[in-house]
Design a protein around this ligand. Structure first.
Ligand code: ANZ
Ligand code: ZN
Length: 869
């Protein structure tokens, strides 16, 4: 055969797979089930290289598991609601649905050209009415179960997009899409009570053994469980009559004797009361509010405060008065919105104390420091140590001191309540899902002046988005629609109005994995089906979703279990987060970014292809449109074929790391496609006919060939199981090299030897099947060349013959009287007597024994040999 022409060949095989429907799953298939899922894409317009990488990995797993005899669920859909569709509608005067479904069509064709083994019959978009109908059912069920709440909350308001933003959509104080400075507003919002599961969402992380440690840690920190105490400080004279004390939350009650001030959030009731009579304080509080409330922002800002003039009494010493400040680094919605500051042991407090000339008293002496000379410089000591300057706590460890303070304060009463109380706090907040947008799932409730909030009755679901909306002015088109919001109250029949908020698009992606199990059901899920397929065995996606998407999905699984829609609480048993795709960046003479295809290398220097002007090569960065360092998957697939793109994505770089896209890398992959093609052709010429059994009694070159093939097979199997795709790829290279060498070395006679020809047949078939998950089109073509009538996509995975593995020997350390003298390599299956004889035959052992017979030889099988002289 000549050159392999991917462009002609690939579509043919995709058609063949489609025709046979081999990727369609019958969910009642009795074989063991395996669910592999990649994070579904947002239909932004075109797929990018990140998708190619993500979906190639998933596809390798899906094809491999199918070959291993699993019934594989491998679906795809579209995370289709969200702002960009509305922005596009505004800019291009189209409807968000038109834009979205057109993008889906384009991207689906692109994904199809990659040769992914997806069950397209299960496809849906989250903006399909059938999908969001079921999401409304879930909302109402959660509402009934007490998992939904309507409450007033301070929200991040994007004044340009006119919408509420989640905290994580606020980046450095600005809206993630609009870039506008975010304001704080008080609004009535819908919330999912994710905090009802705080404890379980945290503790269950330990059971997620097939999740990256890093992701578990991020989730853990996000949930943020803190064990501490509530401590009530009595206020001295001058406090408002109805506020005689101040309660703080602390995780470091052991440091109470190092306290030098108290601080309040500007929104704390006491701060507000104080500000009422003090315009300067009111102005300060206003300034704080503008900074925003994200914890990250608060950690880095310059610490500022304002003395309220109020004084609080130390809980262990009523004569000790502490100043009460309003400070810009105290959050209102954590703990009690008030703290006691201990500068020596908390960095924020130390910065604050230095700025305002407050005392800094160390109360925890670091390990190894001298109490007489120890002072605090610019760094607070927040680690362990022994208590000093703390009266009855002196000499105790931090933990003992916490315990002692808790015991004392819990035992002490003031106006009928203990002065201190142990408390567990979570950083996790309820999930505000209200968005003042059109392109989202309508929240299915009706507001009636008489009846209040009335759920839309099941029979009236779905609450469909109206089609006739306008985007000519900012704000929510649903609000200004002439009729949509006006409905009779389902309860009393009087005129009422629909909720015009829609759900956060994170809701849509929090249960799609469950929907894929019965995508056309008239209930959110079908229990007998969903319980078989969930949890997802292997979920693959970007680490940017490590916190919210996964946490929300974990919440949904719990809420759906509680409302009877699911049987499991964890949605994803295995998680893999792949790295990004990077590329060099280029800047033209005018300082503007250039696309890679605008750049050429001439005489070792980068130039602009058209103008010939010099080009500066910049850093290697994640592909992004803004820096133009992108390569279009379509272009690559059109010129090299999908298999080359897939192979490149899997090669060289460990899948969890960033991979750099280079022309030379892609060309290397393309060359390897041709090499494999020639090698399989050569093997086919040499090989015995299809159906010839493997030569069990092989020796000489036939045995070598068998060893090569089975050795590689065992490794590749193991690598794919562990998602080490780059290693699997490297083994395919090794196998190809090994087989090329082995057949090149054959002489005329061995070429005709029956065992060699049978071994070549076996090796060729193993080779094709091990690269089939990665390069499925090429594999089909090769499979045909090998005389196979059926598709390799349905061929079972080859079976490793263990006796052929090179690893049938083992190397053991040999000790004489406890000192290591040598290593010995023996057959793994060797008995103790055989090992003993071999050991005593070693020169090093004989020398150590001085020619005398040993007293004893102890063989610890597979581990070590001890000789006692
Ligand atoms: C006194 C103290 C002394 C503290 C010390 C720390 C070190 P985590 O671990 O996050 O729960 N804090 C409490 N409420 C706060 C709020 N609303 N805004 C800002 N800070 C707040 O942190 C708990 C600690 O954070 C608490 O313990 C409190 O400061 C502060 F050497 O109390 B600590
Ligand atoms: Zn009513």
């Amino acid at each position: 055969p000549e050159r392999y022409n991917a462009r002609d060949v690939e579509p043919k095989w995709r058609a063949a797979w489609d025709e046979r429907g081999i990727f369609k799953l019958d969910e009642t298939d009795p074989r063991p089930s395996y669910y592999v899922l990649e994070m579904f894409p947002y239909p932004s317009g075109r797929i990018h290289m990140g998708h190619v990488r993500n979906y190639t990995m998933g596809d390798v797993v899906a094809r491999y598991k199918r070959a291993r005899g699993f019934a594989v669920l491998h679906p795809m859909g579209w995370d289709a609601f969200g702002m960009p569709a509305e922005n596009a509608a505004m800019q291009h005067n189209t409807h968000p649905a038109t834009w979205t479904y057109a993008n889906i069509a384009t991207m689906k064709a692109q994904l199809k050209s990659m040769g992914l083994s997806l069950d397209w019959d299960r496809e849906f978009a989250t903006c399909d009415v059938e999908y969001y109908h079921q999401q409304q059912t879930l909302f109402l069920d959660f509402l009934k179960a007490g998992l939904v709440e309507r409450k007033s909350a301070k929200v991040n308001w994007d004044p340009v997009d006119c919408t509420v933003l989640a905290n994580e959509q606020v980046i450095e104080g600005r809206g993630w899409r609009s870039g506008a400075l975010v304001e704080q507003r008080e609004l009535t919002q819908w919330f999912f009570r994710i905090t009802a599961f705080s404890e379980d969402l945290l503790s269950a992380l330990d059971g997620l053994e097939r999740w990256p440690e890093k992701v578990r840690l991020m989730q853990k920190n996000w949930i943020g469980r803190s064990e501490g105490m509530l401590v009530r400080f009595a206020l001295a004279e001058g406090a408002p009559a109805d506020q005689t004390e101040l309660e703080v939350f602390t995780t470091r009650a052991d440091t109470l004797f190092g306290a030098s001030f108290l601080a309040l959030s500007p929104d704390h009731p006491l701060a507000k009361a104080a500000a009422a009579g003090n315009p300067e304080l009111a102005a300060f509080a206003e300034e704080c509010r503008r900074v925003g409330t994200s914890a990250a922002a608060l950690a880095t800002i310059e610490k500022k405060g304002f003395d309220t003039g109020l004084r609080a009494r130390h809980p262990f010493d009523p004569d000790w008065l502490l100043p009460v400040y309003v400070a810009n680094f105290i959050l209102m919605d954590y703990g009690t919105g008030a703290i006691f500051g201990c500068p020596a042991h908390d960095q924020r407090d130390l910065d604050f104390a230095r700025a305002y000339g407050l005392p800094v008293t160390p109360v925890v002496l670091p390990e190894g420091a001298d109490a007489a000379t120890y002072t605090v410089g610019t760094e607070a000591h927040d680690a362990d140590g022994r208590l000093i300057n703390s009266r009855f706590l002196d000499g105790l460890t931090v933990d003992q001191a916490k315990e002692e303070v808790a015991r004392r304060l819990e035992g002490e009463n003031r106006s009928g309540r203990p002065v201190g109380q142990r408390q567990v706090n979570f950083r996790l907040r309820d999930w505000g899902i209200s968005r003042q947008r059109y392109w989202g799932c309508p929240i299915p409730v009706i507001h009636c002046e008489t009846c209040g909030v009335v759920p839309v009755p099941d029979a009236d679901l779905p609450v469909k988005l109206p089609d006739d909306v306008t985007f000519d002015v900012p704000g929510n088109p649903l609000d200004r629609h002439p009729t949509w919001r006006h409905v009779p109250c389902p309860s009393c029949g009087k005129p009422a109005r629909r909720e015009t908020d829609t759900m956060d698009t994170f809701v849509d992606s929090s249960w799609y994995f469950a929907r894929f199990t019965s995508p056309r059901a008239t209930t959110p899920t079908k229990r007998e089906v969903v319980d078989r397929w969930l949890p997802v065995d292997q979920y693959i996606g970007g680490v940017e979703h490590a916190i919210l998407h996964l946490l929300y999905s974990r919440f949904f699984a719990r809420a759906m279990k509680l409302t009877g829609h699911l049987g499991t609480t964890e949605p994803f048993a295995g998680l893999f987060t792949q790295g990004m795709v990077t590329h060099e960046t280029y800047k033209g003479a005018d300082g503007r970014w250039l696309f890679p295809e605008e750049v050429a290398i001439k005489d070792g220097a980068a130039i602009h292809v058209k103008t010939g002007e010099p080009v500066t090569i910049g850093a290697v960065e994640s592909m992004s449109k803004s820096k133009k360092n992108v390569v279009d998957p379509d272009t690559i697939i059109a010129s090299f074929g999908a298999d080359t793109a897939r192979w490149f994505m899997l090669s060289d770089t460990p899948p969890e790391r960033d991979i750099q896209w280079t022309d030379s890398g892609v060309e290397g992959a393309a060359r390897f496609v041709q090499r494999l093609w020639r090698l399989v052709g050569d093997l086919a010429e040499l090989a015995a006919p299809a159906g010839t059994p493997a030569p069990v009694e092989a020796s000489g070159p036939a045995l070598d060939i068998r060893r090569l093939a089975h050795g590689a097979l065992a490794e590749i199997e193991n690598d794919i199981e562990k998602l080490r795709f780059n290693r699997a790829v490297a083994r395919v290279y090794e196998l190809a090299n090994g087989l090329t060498g082995a057949i090149g070395d054959l002489d005329e006679t061995s070429c005709h030897a029956a065992d060699v020809r049978a071994a070549a047949r076996e090796a060729a078939e193993i080779l094709v099947r091990v690269f089939a998950p990665m390069m499925p089109h090429l594999a089909e073509e090769c499979w045909t060349v090998l005389g196979q009538a059926d598709l390799v996509a349905v061929a079972p995975w080859p079976k490793v013959e263990p006796s052929l593995l090179a690893r049938d020997t083992i190397t053991l350390p040999v000790q004489v009287n406890g000192r290591k003298r040598a290593d010995i390599t023996v057959p793994r299956a060797a008995g103790n007597a055989e090992v003993e004889a071999a050991v005593l035959g070693l020169d090093a052992v004989q020398r150590a024994l001085d020619g005398k017979p040993p007293k004893k030889v102890i063989v610890v099988p597979q581990r070590i040999v001890n000789v006692v002289a």
